[in-house]
Ligand binder design. Sequence first.
Ligand SMILES: C[S@@+](CC[C@H](N)C(=O)[O-])C[C@H]1O[C@@H](n2cnc3c(N)ncnc32)[C@H](O)[C@@H]1O
Length: 171
Amino acid sequence: MTIAYDIETTVRDRYADGAREVQPALCCPIEDYDGRWLEALPDEIVAKDYGCGDPTRYVNPGETVVDLGSGAGKNCYIIAQKVGATGKVIGVDMNDEMLGLSRRYLQPLGEKFGFHNVSFVKARIQDLALSWDQAQAWLSKHPIQSMDQIPAFKAECDRLRQETPLMKPKP
Ligand SMILES: C[S@@+](CC[C@H](N)C(=O)[O-])C[C@H]1O[C@@H](n2cnc3c(N)ncnc32)[C@H](O)[C@@H]1O
């Protein structure tokens, strides 16, 4: 017997649960973040931490930082304060619930910090050139109803990767 299962859907469902409610069993977050950077953050962003270390301590003013698998955005919002107005933070996640949570605080936290240097993009870590927000916008206008329509969607994804890449690989 073959058991077919889709790892990506399982990961998405698991983290969607984690965006809705704190899931203590999901990861092993550490406790010794520098409290200075947590003061400005909403409780739910601090609590919905599914990391297992503190990468924010290695970041310096003015740097541009990409957070692959940004989740609720705790690290991004800490780093935003550390890199400051001359730096930039890009959080990448594929999970709508996590992105909804992290993006909800873009405006209020930007106002609190006095600068807006964070963005959250929907993409898969293994395919950073393709914006899923853009691919979804195309798909909404051209819903796939038959196998024959799949090549057109694939061609559009390739066009988006080439013409409006979210991130360009280094030459
Ligand atoms: C372990 S959590 C870390 C979240 C956050 N960095 C933190 O410290 O709380 C992993 C995050 O990566 C996202 N993720 C997992 N696999 C991904 C993939 N292939 N592409 C994009 N996001 C992914 C999940 O949706 C989840 O939000």
